[in-house]
Design a protein around this ligand. Sequence first.
Ligand SMILES: [Zn+2]
Length: 331
Amino acid sequence: MKNHATNVRAALVIFASFCGASVFAQNPADAVDTHLVAARTAAGFDFTGTLARLCVAPVAVPETLRDVAPGPASARDTWFIEPAKVFDNLYFVGSKIHNSWALTSSEGIILIDTLFTYNSEEEIVGGLKKLGFDPAKVKYVIISHAHFDHVGGAKLMQDRYGSRIVMGGPDWDSIEKSVNGYPGGKPKRDIAADDGQKITLGDTAVTIIATPGHTPGTLSMIFTVKDNGKPLAVAYSGGTAFNFPSTVANFDTYIRSQSKMAAAAALANATVLMSNHSEFDSATTKIRMLASRKSGEPHPFDIGKEAVARYFTVTGECAQAARLKLMQPPR
Ligand SMILES: [Zn+2]
């Protein structure tokens, strides 16, 4: 018995030293590569835009972000695109690059994200009218995060239509603190969303999942759309790129949020992945595909639960790689 115990202990010591040696012997560059390969495998051909942005060439960002004014308006032909019906109760009123979504309900519209100040009037207000909706029916505007390309139309919707504006508390703070960022005026602080909060309008609800990382107040969402009457759960990823100050702590926060959103998506059986940039969810391409969809064919946004899970593996693994690179001593 004693011999047996001694042998087990000796084996454990050998095993432990082997494991330890292998960890210490691992080349840091190999560890980064492991995450990059995991991200690439998860991306497949579904998420090449997200993979390219996050894994191929993420840029280092200084610790203090500059409080700058938005740039001048881009030429109209670089962003203008017609609105489109995407599901029974979800309409695209975005641009070629940025997404804005109108989720309709029995009591009005929930608008998700609002583009830039310079194109929200034409794409969102104009788009809703073209689709046959009254923009005054927008009761809630949920802003995934307070960057110029998503918050630009919030003030317009608040001032003209009295829409309630929902945003993460820390992002409301950043708007209030900004000196240069809102030369045309700021949206007034309204609803600061809590994690798990439901924004309910008539027969429709959007569940907020706080996913800090891209900004401290980034909000992701879970909601239901209908495809010819069939309900499908959507995982809406509210913040993606690594344009936050490049610190290990910030990457840790971002990585935790990707796992959290993956779990929320799985719990909701989400089979649709949506985002606020076409670069990440291929919205404009899928909307073009939808136009020629034949009866019985799958909806281009309905990619399945397993693919939705892979999306958050891509974002999480690319962040792991970027975090490890940060920890490596400069060459
Ligand atoms: Zn952003």
